[in-house]
Design a protein around this ligand. Sequence first.
Ligand SMILES: C[S@@+](CC[C@H](N)C(=O)[O-])C[C@H]1O[C@@H](n2cnc3c(N)ncnc32)[C@H](O)[C@@H]1O
Length: 271
Amino acid sequence: MVHSRPFGPVTTRADDLWGAAPDLRPSKGTGNRFYLEFPDVYDRFAANTGQTVAAVHEMFGFAGKVLLDVGSGTGRSTFELAKHARFVVGLEPWDPMRAFAVERLRSLRLRNVAFVRGAVEHMPFAPHSADLIVSFAGFPFWFVDAGERGRRLGEQFLADCDRIVRPGGSVVAVGGAPGWEMGEPTPVLQSGPGEAKRVHERINGRVHAYMTALGFAHRDVFVEGDYGSVREAVETYGFIYGRRTIDYLLTNNQLSVRWKLRIHDRPVHSQ
Ligand SMILES: C[S@@+](CC[C@H](N)C(=O)[O-])C[C@H]1O[C@@H](n2cnc3c(N)ncnc32)[C@H](O)[C@@H]1O
């Protein structure tokens, strides 16, 4: 079913949004219905992206570099990267997320950003065309719970990175640290019944194990997502994580959420 929203066409079926080139479609299960139908809410939710990208820039130095941002979503990470890098390409499979990013790119009139339709399973980039491949709240979340197939997809992704990234470059993937699945209230939210507990329990621990097995090192940083008002926090962070997070925000009159993030990196083995 396809219907209209102010930000473009929306569908409840991921398959409708891929269309042509079915051989290049992302793995089943990576078309999360939330991203497909509410890209605007996701964009408002991702309030800590500026601080997160700044922390990674401090570690890896983006100045003068060409970056590939995989799982670029509504472009939050891509536009922040573009403040530091020479050029950034955002790779995103799903049309509503990418359409949102392209629309914003038009209004920002940036000349050092492009968005490409694609998925990490099939990266359409030439050998040695990037200095770094980065992913914010993207790789490897789609693959971690997919067993042997997920492990193979991770290895294939790294082989592609080794082909695409120039010698001396790295692959950098950023997500929450174990126990911080929903930011600072995670222990409270996971300690009782409720939807947030069931959905988000401990995935970051599994991500850590998956990344370590693939040869990634890691460092942790703290960042804060500031929503500016309790209402904005409830409408975005609360919308995503459910009733108990809304209770938490209202009880604590909370305008911002603190996060411990894990920055995973692996130097490429260039070919
Ligand atoms: C949590 S969002 C992160 C967006 C952005 N990086 C940010 O920091 O705001 C993850 C994005 O990964 C995309 N995605 C899902 N499966 C993917 C795949 N197989 N390859 C690349 N991106 C994928 C989703 O559509 C979604 O837009």
